[in-house]
Design a binder for this molecule. Structure first.
Ligand code: PEP
Ligand code: MG
Length: 324
């Protein structure tokens, strides 16, 4: 399937109306790295570090993590990589950690909540990232931040770890960029100060959609009930785009929808110009972007919304059938 898109692999994703869309890939295993050159991705927009913890039957040692992260950075070369700190709990349970018996794990003690309450593992992981970077620029992103204060506390952990590493005599990067995922609706309404403070935001559409519609992403009975192209969700995403543009905060989208061509062009049309997806999706998404006038598509979305359509999908499909 990759062969089909080989002719556009080295080309930038520029829409018919001239908008340049950044296409990045999601990764988490060393086995994903060869996809970086073969997919034409411009970097890794989401490196899910928990996968290294999930594939082992005991807690990885710091030295092992340093080696893994180093290989990722070396494979990426000049391309950017965003490392997301451990996103465990809920659907991602580590076999060697004491299980927590929670009534609603998706709403429970997970991700950054664990990282802040029991910072030992996150600190070890941050040290490994800093050592692997060995002076190279580093981007760190936190999962599942629900309020500004969690971001500030997590960032303070990074700054503290940098200071410790420096004291221990390790080379630390000149620049560590610190951002967050936006996966809970609450964060979209955080204070202006948060948007000014955070260095970048990536929308985790899988979780954000689950919490926006109160529909479990793991539950077959409801997971497809609400369309991503539902006008409520699109308007909500547009609101996030607006807030980030007011504060000049770089914004991307890294949920599975970024890799679905129809959804991806709609996300691009409402102003999400950096999309991170599974590597195999880069070709198909790029191909559709290059054939689409995103400004005209945006008008189609707005018209459908004004007509009171529940989802803009039918109108968008109709438009793309004739124009895409
Ligand atoms: C998301 O929630 O959209 C996301 C990218 O994170 P994960 O799928 O790993 O929860
Ligand atoms: Mg998530």
């Amino acid at each position: 399937a990759q062969e089909r898109y080989a002719s556009i692999r080295g080309k930038p994703a520029v829409s018919l109306c001239g908008k340049r869309i950044n296409l990045l890939m999601n990764a988490g295993l060393l086995a994903d790295l060869p996809s970086l050159p073969s997919s034409g991705a411009e970097g890794v927009g989401l490196f899910r570090t928990e996968l290294q913890f999930l594939i082992r039957n005991q807690m990885p040692r710091r030295t092992e993590l340093v080696e893994v992260y180093k290989r990722v950075m070396e494979a990426a070369g000049d391309k950017p990589v965003v490392f997301r700190t451990l996103d465990i709990g809920s659907d991602k349970v580590l076999p060697y950690m004491k299980p927590t018996d929670e009534p609603n794990p998706a709403l429970g003690w997970r991700a950054i909540r664990v990282g802040l309450d029991k910072p030992g593992v996150m600190r070890m992981q941050l040290q490994a990232l800093l050592r692997a970077a060995d002076g190279r620029p580093l981007s760190v992103m936190f999962p599942f931040v629900a309020q500004y204060e969690e971001f500030s506390a997590a960032r303070a952990e990074v700054l503290k770890t940098i200071a410790i590493e420096r004291k221990l005599g390790h080379t630390v990067p000149d620049k560590v960029t610190i951002g967050t995922m936006l996966e809970t609706p609450s964060l979209a309404y955080a204070s202006k100060k948060f948007f000014e403070d955070v260095e970048f935001i990536s929308i985790g559409g899988n979780d954000l959609k689950q919490f926006f519609f109160a529909a479990d992403r793991e539950n077959e009975r409801v997971r497809r009930r609400y369309d991503t192209l539902n006008v409520s969700f699109l308007s909500f995403l547009e609101n996030i785009v607006q807030r980030c543009s007011e504060s000049g905060t770089p914004l991307s989208f890294c949920g599975e929808d970024a890799g679905r061509p129809i959804e991806a062009v709609c996300l691009a049309a409402i102003g999400l110009h950096t999309l991170s997806m599974r590597p195999a999706s880069i070709g198909p998404v790029k191909s559709l972007i290059m054939r689409t006038d995103l400004d005209a598509l945006y008008d189609v979305i707005c018209d459908a919304r004004e007509r009171g359509e529940q989802s803009v999908r039918a109108s968008v499909m109709d438009y793309l059938r004739w124009n895409g």
